[in-house]
Design a protein around this ligand. Sequence first.
Ligand code: ZN
Length: 489
Amino acid sequence: MKAMPLIICIAIALSPLTALVSCTDDEVGGNCSYSLTVTADADANSISVDESVTVVNTFEDGLTRLVFAFYPDAYTLKYPPPADGIMLDAAYPYGLNAGSYSFLEAGGDNVKSVSICDTPCKIVVDLSSPLALGEKTEVRFSFDLTMPYCNARYGYNDFSVNLTFYFPQLCRYDRDAGDFAFYDYVATGDPFVFEVADYSLYLDCPDDWTVACSAPTADGNDEEKLFAAHSLRDLSLILVPEAEVSSATADGYTACVIHDGSYDYAARYAADALALFSDAFGDLPVKEYFLVFTPFMTAGAEFSNLALFSASLSFAETEKVVAHEVAHQWWYNLIGSDQVAAPWQDEALAQWSTLYYFEKKDMKNYADALRESWASSYSSYVESQRALGEDALCDVFRATTEYRDFADYYITVYCKAALAVGLCAESVTKDAFAQALSVYAKEYYLGFASRNSMSECLDGFSSGLGKMLVSSLSASLYDKCTSLTPLSR
Ligand SMILES: [Zn+2]
């Protein structure tokens, strides 16, 4: 996600078509294979979903329960609204309004009971018979969504229907904790942590709507609204009743911009970024990327193979936001990390990748100006906090739940952590650091990297590089910000 600069700043009868594109048993690549049927009515805010998820138990012998996250529950207003206070008006331009959902069925052959959102956003499925390692089970859900009018990841507005994290999705299994890692929805940052999974989707919506989906159109099908892909971090779906579509290609990648006619130039930026980052960090498995410019509450937000962008972005801002969001296809979609416990890990790399993009496009002056703007924001924040007598360490190693407010989060994650990564890169040269990141990307391709595994990987590339990254992230860079000289390794 790219925040705006703050200085401001039951058994389900699945349709035959769903079954047609379901992944076969042999094709289950990760732990999960999802088959979805999504029906959207022309009024845009009523969605029906049939879901079947097959889970292969690679977690623990005798598994007795599964834990899913269901984020539409965060938008019911049963809890504080799902937007930081300073973004509330941007999220709800016509005032707060609640979304709702109704489960018609939830069950499966080996399901004893299902608890739906007794804890906010959490679905717990108790199994009738414990699963041995290697065994699989199927859970089925059928539910209707009434979406809020909301300029967020989930909701509809005058331009688009934003369906992201809109169905029960299996939480990541934390082997150290011996349980599924469930996080309550928090408005700050990206609250979603999932392993990659296989997906197939049949979409029933009006023929003239434009569709951006994380999964490509299913191979071998002439039908336009069948989508399927292996190993995606999420399966997002953006529906746009009236739109213009612009595209650009580079090195086998296609960037499609869905917009109101104002952002056709963004396709070239995205295609350039896809080509540049794939050259630096390695190829993406999916070669099509969607950008949807919509009345969005922040500058942008990343999902698998697509991103949402604010339709308020100026011409001057658009390229950097596009580069940042495209970089998340590596530092989120391809290489997973814990975005709640360690939000800096994907965000700081996306920020540094943005600098690298401009350097490689012979826009070094712009890259320098961007980095200096982060340093200036960070320094100003530290000074203002010190003047208030507040602790201004800007500790990077905090979970999203531990930040004082959005300013603290933005300055720490998007500025300080990005500067720390930049100092580390300067110590080995930017191209060498990009090469180190390509090793990291290869090592954790479609997997999940902890902070330690990242620093160990960097140390393996160049002795002391990972340790230097951790020490840079841990230090107060306040004094370094004025000169931006590299820290010693
Ligand atoms: Zn981001």
